[in-house]
Design a protein around this ligand. Structure first.
Ligand code: MN
Length: 223
């Protein structure tokens, strides 16, 4: 039988729960109104889950799914794919970036297939795309850029070998890095100016309508 935890409305939302086990059934009771339940999927998600929930008071608890209660909502997918005992990739710290200039990085990733990971700092994470054929250097180039999970900011410093059997196994080297300025950032299009060593000037990412919402085209803009 799954263990159960009853959270009363009097509980301190900052208080970590002990004895948590994966797939524990969690019953909420907030202000006596709701008695919903969620199945938590991680091993240490409870505390953060409750914190998130506290922030989501506007949302009826019955609408909170396990996914919404991720350990670190911003990097949930990133964490889920990696075993940090096996890989030297950064776990990501809570440290917020200082200053206003945003960084970009391109990492050459010699994985099962060579590709270039293009990352732009935004909202405390690195928004990321895998660009199989490399970043366009001419205005005539159109390159597929497949959106991947957000990475922690300190991933921009990462170079090294991800061990065999781990997600993204292979070698990562920094191909270019620098700062960038956003001109446009919406659901359909991102336009920005790069200030790197190899890459400079205007670039555009356009979301493709077909092929799922993870596929973008990366173009070098005319100056
Ligand atoms: Mn990669």
């Amino acid at each position: 039988m799954l263990p159960k935890v009853v959270i009363h409305n009097s509980i301190s939302l900052d208080e970590p729960l002990t004895n948590f086990e994966p797939n524990m059934e969690l019953h909420y009771r907030i202000a006596g109104n709701y008695k919903p339940q969620v199945h938590l999927i991680g091993s240490n998600t409870v505390k953060v889950g409750i914190e998130l929930f506290a922030k989501r008071r506007d949302t009826p608890p019955s609408e909170c799914t396990g996914d919404q209660l991720g350990e670190d909502k911003a990097l949930k997918d990133y964490h889920a794919k990696r075993d940090f005992k096996a890989t030297a990739e950064p776990q990501g710290s809570d440290e917020k970036t200082k200053g206003t200039s945003k960084i970009f990085v391109v990492q050459e990733h010699q994985a099962r297939r060579l590709h270039y990971d293009f990352r732009l700092e935004r909202d405390g994470v690195l928004k990321s795309w895998a660009v199989p054929k490399g970043i366009p250097e001419n205005t005539a180039d159109k390159r597929l850029a497949v959106e991947t999970e957000d990475h922690p900011i300190d991933y921009a410093q990462f170079e090294g070998t991800i061990p065999e059997g781990q997600y993204g196994a292979g070698t990562v080297t920094i191909w270019d890095k620098g700062t960038y300025e956003t001109k446009v950032w919406n659901e359909k299009m991102i336009e920005f100016t790069l200030h790197g060593k190899k890459l400079t000037g205007r670039y555009v990412l356009v979301r493709l309508k077909r092929g799922g919402d993870k596929n973008w085209l990366m173009l070098k803009g005319k100056e």
